[in-house]
Structure formats: structure tokens, C-alpha cells
Design a protein around this ligand. Sequence first.
Ligand code: CAA
Length: 390
Amino acid sequence: MVFELTEDQRAVKQAARDFAQQELLPGVIERDATMSFPKEQIRKMAEMGFLGMMVSPEYGGGGMDTLSYVLAMEEISKVDNSCSVAMSVNNSLVCWGLEKMGNEQQKRKYLTKLATGEWLGAFCLSEPEAGSDATSQKTTAIDCGDHYLLNGTKNWITNGGSSQVHLVMAQVDPNLGHRGICTFIVETSWPGVKIGAKEDKLGIRSSDTHSIMYNDVKVPKENLLGPAGDGFKFAMKTLTGGRIGIASQALGIASGAYERALQYSQERKTFGKPISQHQAISFKLADMATQIEAAKLLVYRAAWMKDQGMDFTIAASMAKLFASDVAMKQTIEAVQIHGGYGYVKEYHVERLMRDAKITQIYEGTSEVQRIVIARAILQGQIYQPMWKEA
Ligand code: CAA
């Protein structure tokens, strides 16, 4: 087992760290308060190559491994999670999906623009009545010969109001259940695409989360992504990689809160010494560091397995389940270490605490991750006893 990062991976991490500190930290509190989408910051992220990190250079991407992407996500998530979720959706869901499932014409037309960040993408699976129960798609696509007619509503769509391309899951033949679901590439400028109001959220407040209505949208046949009827499996496969992205966001949130708590505890004095010298605080720091390290191992392992071409489904679910719980727990601890200062916006940790919650919800709730892991155990795929009693 090799636990060391390569020189290239360390360079990516450092570049992302510098970028986050210099370009994202200024104004992050105000953007959160006013819910303003970080358009300019995302443009700079595109210039840095953060929006298509794993895409092949042939299509304008960085050609990097998943671990490099995870490291960049982690650093950006220490500072601005509205930026990191936009990055995560564009990289892991939209670009990855197009590169894996798209034909050459679709890749040339869409992936090249998305990988360079000229365009931003959104992944449209969730519906008012199809969140965790994702096979219950009500959005329909009727085959009209040379095009499909798309109708329905999608919910909680990240990059919803600021994207030029949506990957939309829709039911083509309800009699086939999930095998009737297809994925379509939809341009948001097409007639019939209507963007709902921006959601007013607890955390990641400047992230652009919208409902989307598709009313008689004509989707040309050539914009069907992958084989007809494979749309649900496509969504599941894509989300498996997406879960590594969200796990790395959670890891970044936890680490960002820890770094702030550590620094504060060494500066703030009570009873004549820095609070880090009180056992009540030093034990918290020890627990935080240990939990974060455990989350890091799970997240990096999932990324490594993906890069090795191994089945990383369970590893991704475990990484997201654990890292999101660590993010929630450790941001609460970071606020506690800051005392009253932690409760005000200026010290950043209350925002990280609010941001942490969504990592237990989107791209599959913690309960969904447990379903995935438990099924694999009970189907005998993982964690079976090494011995049996006679
Ligand atoms: N890879 C490939 N295929 C998969 C798969 C995977 N990881 N998981 C399931 N499938 C296939 C199954 O093999 C099955 O196919 P067959 O019937 O042909 O064998 C089919 O998909 C249906 O699978 P299940 O029977 O397991 O489906 P289910 O109804 O029991 O649901 C579930 C399982 C795990 C709960 C799934 O519905 C799920 O993951 N739900 C959560 C959805 C989710 O993550 N939504 C996130 C929205 S996107 C988002 O948040 C992005 C954002 O903006 C930040």
C-alpha cells in the first residue's frame, strides 16, 4: 500500500489551495448572505482547469486522475461549497456522463464546451416525487419520429439557473419501469425550458439550485445519450462517481472547520492559557483529526479504486456516508470550540456547519448509501465472515 501523493497530485492540491484562499475566500460570506451565484469565481475556476479535470485532453479536459480531482475538491470545499458543488456536478456527473456514454458528435458538440468551463452543466434526475426513489420518474419523453417531446418537472437542480446544458432523465415507456428511462442532452436555450425560482437554502446558499420545468421541449433524436432504456443505469453509474465528489466536499468541509478551530484554539486564551492547552479542547482536536484522517482514507481509497478500473460502488457509498457524518459532527465541534465567535458569520465555521448538512442529503442520502452497502453485504458481495462455525 502506498499512502503518498505523487508530485503532480501535491501540485494540484497546492494550486487549488492557493486559488481558494486568494480567489474564493474574499467575499464568500457576502455571497452566502445574498445568495449570489459565484459567476466570476466559476469563470476563474474554468481558467484554472477545475471544471473538466478528469476529461481527456482530446476534449479540452485536464486528463487527471480521480485522486487529483478529489484533492482539488477538498481544498476548494474548505472555503466555498457553492463553488465546489458546481465543480462537482460539472466534473463528476455531466462531463463524466458525456465522456462515458456520449458518441463522438455529442462529445465534440457538448463535452468540449463543458470541460473547458465555457458552458456549465446540470444533472436532472430528482423530481418532486422522485428523490431517493429515483426510478419513479414522472417526466416523460414521447417518441415523435425525428424528435422526443419532453414534459415534466425536475427539483433541486444544482447549476439549474446558470447552466447551458442539462442531462435529463425521462420515462419513454412507463410499461418498462426503470428500463424505460432514457437520458437526454437538453440545451437550456431551447423553447419550453423554464427555470423556476432559486431555492433559499440553509447552506451552500449561493449555489444555483432551481426547479426546472420542461414544457413540450423538442429534443432531437441525436440528443439521446447512450442506448435507449439505459437512462436509469446511466444515472446510477454516474452518481456512483458523483458520490466520491461529494465525499471529498464533505472531507474539505470537515478539514476546513478543523483548521480554523485549531488556529483559533491556539490564539484564544482563557484562564491564563490558550484554550488548546485545556484538555476539554485538546481532546476535541484529537478526535477531530482522527475522524478526518479516517474519512480521508475512505475517500482516497474510493478514488484510487475508480482509477484502477475496479468496482468502486460500495467504496464510494462508504466514503460519502462516513465523510458526510464527519463533516456534520466536526463542524459542530468547530463552532463549539469558537464559543460565541463560532456563532457569528465572520469566523466562517457556522457557514461550514450549515454547508455540511447537504452532504448527508444530495447525490443519495445517508439512508440511500446504507441501502447500497447493506444490499451488498446481504447479497454476499462484501464483508463476509472468513470462517464458518462447524
Ligand atoms: N450502477 C449500475 N446499475 C445500477 C446501479 C449502479 N450503481 N445501481 C442500481 N443499478 C441498476 C440495477 O442493477 C437495476 O437494474 P436491473 O433491474 O436491470 O438489474 C436497476 O438499476 C434498478 O436498481 P434497484 O433495483 O437497485 O433500484 P431501487 O429502486 O431499489 O433503487 C437506490 C436503488 C439505491 C435507492 C437508487 O434509487 C438511488 O440511488 N437513489 C438515490 C438517487 C440519488 O442519488 N439522487 C441524487 C440526485 S442528483 C444530485 O443530488 C445532484 C446534485 O445536484 C448535487
